[in-house]
Design a protein around this ligand. Structure first.
Ligand code: SF4
Length: 259
């Protein structure tokens, strides 16, 4: 029963930051990475779990099993908004590659209904799985956290190499793609780091990158999950803080946006 359903912790309507236009964003539970700055820590574990709900003043279960048809029924409610705004559905997590059969079914059904699809992913998976995702999604939004494999493993728990291999596949597929780099204080936020990222992107002939300034939107969730948060006292970064970084990417001929 459970394997025919997807474990989802949020379906957010009227999203405007997860791809073009007005979108419904479907958040899948479970991620093979354990980024210590993750702003959705409730997405990391694969199964439903207890989390404090401040509005209810009690613990609630986060993560629920849905069928594809149940999700489609929900996302279809806003089909007129997608059409008018050039929007659609975005699948994110957690990591969508961790629940791939369900995600592929959902993406296919969206396509049948003429709904544009996007996915946000770390791209950490086998090539076979990643190719299947590429074949079924309109827009790939991919984050890369570090250019150095040891540093990558240090704060995400996984190697960088499979991600780079899948990035190469995404480039050669010709899919529409947006590559993003979250800029994390003390981890990858020096100008020397941006220089190394720019060198990597240039070697892969990537022409556009988006920088995501570190934020604290997920801070209270760590407390609600009763988990330690390494960045509890780390100030957020602003778009202005990243202007010198943007300059470095631009100097390499890479079009750089700051989110
Ligand atoms: S890849 Fe994304 S969802 Fe997974 S742990 Fe890292 S920040 Fe969180």
């Amino acid at each position: 029963m459970v394997d025919t359903k997807g474990c989802i912790f949020n379906i957010q309507r009227f999203s405007i930051h997860d791809g073009p236009g007005i979108r419904t964003t479907v958040f899948f539970k479970g991620c093979p990475l354990q980024c210590t700055w993750c702003s959705n820590p409730e997405s990391q574990k694969h199964l439903p779990e207890w989390m404090w709900d401040n509005s209810k003043k009690s613990k609630v279960i986060t993560g629920e099993y849905f069928s594809v048809d149940e999700v489609i029924a929900d996302v279809q409610k806003d089909i007129d908004y997608y059409t008018e705004s050039g929007g659609g559905v975005t699948v994110t997590g957690g990591e969508v590659l961790a629940q791939l059969p369900f995600v592929i079914n959902l993406l296919k059904k969206c396509k049948q209904k003429g709904i544009h699809t996007a996915c946000e992913t770390s791209a950490y998976s086998s090539k076979k799985k990643f190719l299947l995702l590429l074949e079924n999604v309109d827009l790939l939004i991919m984050d890369i956290k570090h250019y150095n494999s040891d540093k990558h493993r240090e704060k995400t728990g996984v190697k960088l190499e499979p991600i780079i291999e899948n990035l190469k596949l995404a480039i050669s597929s010709g899919n529409e793609m947006l590559l993003r780099i979250p800029i994390i204080p003390g981890y990858n936020d020096s100008l020397a780091d941006s220089e190394q990222f720019a060198l990597l992107l240039s070697s892969l002939r990537i022409q556009t990158v988006e920088l995501l300034p570190f934020h604290q939107f997920g801070k209270s969730k760590y407390r609600f999950l009763d988990r330690e948060y390494e960045f509890m006292n780390t100030p957020q970064l602003s778009a202005n803080d990243l202007l010198p970084h943007k300059k470095i990417f631009t100097s390499y001929g890479i079009h750089c946006k700051i989110a």
